[in-house]
Design a protein around this ligand. Structure first.
Ligand SMILES: Cc1cc2nc3c(=O)[nH]c(=O)nc-3n(C[C@H](O)[C@H](O)[C@H](O)COP(=O)(O)OP(=O)(O)OC[C@H]3O[C@@H](n4cnc5c(N)ncnc54)[C@H](O)[C@@H]3O)c2cc1C
Length: 480
């Protein structure tokens, strides 16, 4: 047993079932807790012109909630604002702890930050103890017989399910023995910074009613459990309340991934099974990025490395602002900018439209999503973008090109989702709302939706864009 430990909270803003905290409480006589608003991460957001960021607000409020919970247990959360790579070793030294405990993060930047922290700690005779918490199986745990990552998701998912045992889902118990929580010296009991001090203005997060912190994650999970059995049949319909909405909580660790998998396994149904499969997709992308950090910027398929996409600034602008003339794409993009969320079906259609209909580099779309998505996660975002653009590992075949009109007829037949984000289509009847440009001029007048005035004409013709994409992508795809 060591004398004292410092638990460093990062993307794991909860107390229950927390691997690093549990291990620290079992290993040290005194345990301090810290969260750092990392100026390296925050200044990168401000650097791209972001004045508000829902994620920063979500984090701030979740950290506030975490501190309240810790205080109720007689603990304390030290809150710092600065470069984590420097502030953590310096705090560890001021508190004279033996070790820093943290849950492992697999993103390339986080990995180099953690290496820097470990180096600095080691110079002082301390250590960084990292634990697995964000995934059920990490890095090399599910691997093919040749020692390489599975190239087929289906094979990975099969082995993931075969390997899953009770131990993998065991709860990391966080004891509340007050003697183990250590209060920092008064000069280290820092105040929570304000949003302005962090460099951001208020967003519309509060108006959106997104539940915050561990209590918020628990609430969403409890709302979803009675709907879980229907997930397989309802998850694809963006106008329905068919999915869990837990992605932001999974991203910030305000729910435990083990708890989610336990919930799915305790309620066997087709829906629960389909939901579990999505959680496995998440782990697949995490595993791929851990193996190949270059996937953050480079396609998995070598043939597409260095491939030149079209330079179409006007097309990109229309896509970003939800003005492509294709309602399913425009509703998705406007939902993203207005709320920070986009339904998965719309994400697939929007990503396919940018990378195939417009032949614009998927990385531009990936960066735009990264800037706006509340649940932005490097591994999931890059993995899914590469999947949609047909350049990734086990990606969608290049010749599968979503027809946005067909997608919206199939998955939003009554146009509920479309009209929620496209008020200009409010009076357009169901049969026309998926392709308003096909209405006669009289019908457009009658429905107060003149194409070219109230709502844009399609920026590309679907059939022509499809053929252009097929011929461009076929030559590269066949050369590999
Ligand atoms: C182009 C594109 C970009 C995406 N970017 C992200 C991203 O940055 N962050 C992110 O969490 N998800 C991303 N996704 C996956 C998916 O769209 C979201 O996870 C999902 O819409 C979140 O809603 P939910 O929590 O209600 O999901 P549910 O349907 O309830 O699924 C439960 C959880 O499973 C995981 N999950 C579901 N689908 C996927 C998937 N396809 N890939 C990986 N994990 C999945 C998420 O953690 C999700 O919260 C992206 C998908 C596409 C097509």
């Amino acid at each position: 047993m060591i004398e004292s430990a410092l638990v460093w909270f990062r993307r794991d803003l909860r107390l229950s079932d927390h691997a690093a905290l549990s291990l620290a409480l079992h290993s040290a006589r005194r345990v301090y807790c810290v969260f750092v608003f990392d100026s390296d991460i925050l200044s990168a957001l401000v650097g791209v012109g972001q004045t508000y960021d829902r994620r920063v607000e979500f984090m701030l409020e979740s950290v506030r909630a975490l501190r309240v919970t810790l205080r109720a247990l007689n603990g304390e959360l030290i809150i710092l604002h600065g470069k984590a790579a420097m502030t953590i070793p310096s705090l560890a030294s001021r508190l004279s702890v033996d070790a820093v405990f943290a849950n492992r993060d697999y993103e390339p930047d986080a990995q180099s930050r953690d290496r820097a922290v470990l180096d600095a700690l080691s110079k002082d005779g301390r250590t960084l103890v990292e634990t697995k918490d964000h995934v059920i199986f990490e890095r090399h745990e599910i691997i093919s017989t040749d020692g390489l990552p599975f190239r087929r998701f289906s094979a990975y998912a099969r082995m993931w399910r075969q390997r899953l045992g009770v131990d993998d889902l065991g709860e990391h118990v966080v004891e509340d023995e007050v003697t183990r929580w250590a209060a920092p010296p008064p000069h280290l009991a820092t105040e929570l910074p304000t949003l302005t001090q962090l460099g951001f203005a208020q967003s519309n997060l509060a108006e959106l009613g997104i539940p915050i912190g561990a209590a918020g994650g628990e609430l969403l999970l409890r709302n979803f459990l009675p709907r879980m059995a229907d997930y397989a049949s309802s998850r694809d319909f963006p106008g329905q309340d068919g999915t869990s909405q837990l992605s932001m909580h999974i991203r910030f660790g305000t729910v435990s991934i083990r708890r989610l998998v336990r919930c799915a396994r305790e309620r066997p149904s087709m829906g629960a099974d389909a939901w579990l499969q999505e959680l496995i997709w998440r782990e697949y992308f995490q595993m791929l990025l851990a193996h190949q950090p270059e996937l953050a910027t480079e396609p998995f398929l070598q043939a597409f490395r260095g491939w030149r996409y079209l330079d179409d600034a006007a097309g990109f602008e229309a896509w970003c602002t939800g003005q492509t003339g294709y309602p399913m794409v425009d509703a998705g993009m406007r939902q993203l900018v207005q709320t920070g969320f986009m339904h998965n079906r719309a994400r697939m259609v929007c990503a396919s439209f940018l990378s195939k209909h417009l032949l614009i580099d998927w990385r531009l779309g990936e960066r735009f999503f990264a800037r706006h998505l509340n649940d932005y996660d490097l591994a999931s975002n890059c993995g899914n973008w590469q999947w949609a653009a047909s350049v990734g590992c086990d990606a969608q075949p290049y010749f599968r090109i979503f027809n946005p009109e067909v997608q919206s007829r199939r998955f939003d037949p009554e146009g509920h989702y479309l009209r929620r984000y496209l008020p200009e289509l409010a009076d357009v009847p169901n049969d026309a709302v998926h392709a308003p440009w096909k209405m006669s001029r009289n019908q457009q007048s009658a429905t107060r939706c003149l194409i070219g005035r109230d709502y844009p004409a399609p920026i590309v013709d679907h059939q022509a864009a499809r053929e252009r994409a097929l011929s461009a992508l076929a030559s590269v795809s066949k050369s590999r």
